[in-house]
Each structure stands twice: as structure tokens, then as C-alpha cells.
Design a protein around this ligand. Structure first.
Ligand code: ADP
Ligand code: MG
Length: 242
């Protein structure tokens, strides 16, 4: 079992209760705005302490309220990518990319930076200041920096929501290639059904602070489509056909 989670957080007027086991490497957390997705993500990453419960990753206990275990974020080996890239503004793209990698022991550096830089297509940006990047470029650098720290799990909290339509669809192939190439388990958080279908194999459906269901992504009903219920969108490359 990749991850086992059973946690609870009470904000007074909002309660988050999430219990699930993660088996697949490409899992989504899908739910409307305000359903508790980010609350769950912060608990997993160690940024918010649950009121009760247990979190285990690869058999290692990250949090256990009763046993008094609460590993700090940097000891959890969980990478996070937020909606807006939090890059270091005073550093070049290259320094941002290598920041996390330089902070883990050499023996644990399992990812080749050149290979990743190539997949993310950021070679030409390496010497640039991050203030000179577009939104899509910033997200690619943020993802690269997170991956080079060789996390055991990556949490992506609506990483595409801040990008406009075209940019979003340009970045998805990069994301897919990175996760295919390096097989890093991820939890991909989004309220977009199209993103879920393109990025995940399995989905945790969150509603009103609860994980309602855990189903294969293929079984997400077309009625949940975020394009007005017009049905599925086929992502076919017609150039290859004509
Ligand atoms: P989502 O990411 O699915 O949009 P969130 O986890 O951000 O949802 O928020 C779920 C609910 O929890 C919201 O009603 C929000 O107002 C509430 N909430 C989130 N963080 C806090 C907090 N620190 N204190 C009180 N309420 C919070
Ligand atoms: Mg959120």
C-alpha cells in the first residue's frame, strides 16, 4: 500500500474527514471548490495538524495523533506544487531547480537534472531570473524543483487553475511525460474533470469534507463534465491520421 490515511480536522463550521488507501501512482482528488481538497493536502504535507488520525507513506508513519508522531514537512519527503508557483525571486531558474536537490543526501538523488530539464523544455530559461517567466514556464520550473528533491509522493494542488486555456493544454503533455518517465506517485487535486481524465487513473471524490468514493477515472460520469454537460472531449491527434 502506497499511502494510508485516516484523518479529521474540525474548523467549527467545516469538518474534513478523509479515510482512504492509495494503491495507484496517478490518483486524483476531485471535488468542487470548498469541498476540503486543500485542507486534506495541507494535512498530508504536514502544513496543517489533524485533530486526530494516522498518515502512513510506504509503511512509514508520518502522523499518528495517539502515538504523538508528527513529522515536520521537510522530513515527510512529500513534494507540493501549488496553484501559483512559489519560486525564489532572487534566484535564477537553474538555482531554483537545484535548490531542493542540493538539500538531500547525494545517495538519494535518483533523478538526472539534465533529463528532467529536457523533458520540461526549460534549457533556454536556465540563466533567466524567475520574474521574467510566463505563468506556464513558472509552473514547469516549480514542478522541476519539486521533482529534483526526489519526493516519495507529489501533491499538486490545482496546478493548472491559474493558467489560461491554451497554456493549460500546452503544459499537460509535459506533466504526463514527467510522471511516466520518473514514476513518482502523485495526488493530483483539481475541480476540473478534463484535467482528471488526462492526468489520473483513479479518483478520490470529495464532497462536503468527506471522501465520498474512490473509483477508476474512466467511471467519472459525463454528467460531472465541467464543459456544460456536452459529454467527453476526445484528445485525438488528427495530424497522425491525415
Ligand atoms: P477546496 O480546496 O476544496 O476548495 P478548502 O480545503 O480550501 O477547499 O476549504 C474547505 C473549507 O474549509 C472551506 O469552507 C474553508 O473556508 C474552510 N477552511 C479552510 N482552511 C481554514 C482555516 N484555516 N480555518 C477555518 N476554515 C478553513
Ligand atoms: Mg483548494
Amino acid at each position: 500500500m502506497l499511502m494510508e490515511v485516516d484523518v479529521e480536522k474540525n474548523f467549527g463550521d467545516f469538518q474534513c474527514r478523509a479515510a482512504f488507501s492509495l494503491r495507484t501512482e496517478k490518483c486524483g482528488v476531485f471535488g468542487p471548490s470548498g469541498s476540503g481538497k486543500s485542507t486534506l493536502m495541507h494535512m498530508l504535507a504536514g502544513l496543517l495538524e489533524p485533530d486526530r488520525g494516522v498518515i502512513k507513506l510506504n509503511g512509514v508513519t508520518l502522523f499518528d495523533r495517539q502515538a504523538g508522531i508528527n513529522l515536520p514537512p521537510e522530513a515527510r519527503r512529500i513534494g507540493v506544487v501549488f496553484q501559483h508557483a512559489h519560486l525564489f525571486p532572487h534566484m535564477s531558474v537553474k538555482k531554483n531547480l537545484l535548490y531542493g536537490m542540493n538539500r538531500i543526501p547525494t545517495v538519494e538523488r535518483s533523478i538526472n537534472p539534465e533529463q528532467l530539464i529536457n523533458i520540461l523544455q526549460v534549457e533556454h530559461l536556465l540563466d533567466r531570473r524567475v520574474s521574467k517567466l510566463s505563468g506556464g514556464e513558472r509552473q514547469r520550473v516549480a514542478l522541476g524543483r519539486t521533482i529534483l528533491a526526489c519526493p516519495h509522493l507529489i501533491l499538486l494542488d490545482e496546478p493548472l487553475s491559474g493558467l489560461d486555456g491554451t497554456l493549460k493544454y500546452q503544459i499537460i503533455p509535459h506533466l504526463r511525460r514527467v510522471f511516466a518517465e520518473f514514476s513518482i506517485p502523485m495526488l493530483f487535486i483539481s475541480h476540473s474533470l478534463q484535467e482528471m481524465r488526462m492526468m489520473t487513473d483513479e479518483v478520490l471524490i470529495m464532497e462536503h469534507g468527506l471522501i465520498e468514493k474512490q473509483i477508476p477515472t474512466d467511471e467519472l460520469a459525463p454528467t460531472r463534465m465541467d464543459n456544460g454537460g456536452r459529454g467527453y472531449t476526445n484528445q485525438l491527434n488528427l495530424e497522425a491520421i491525415f
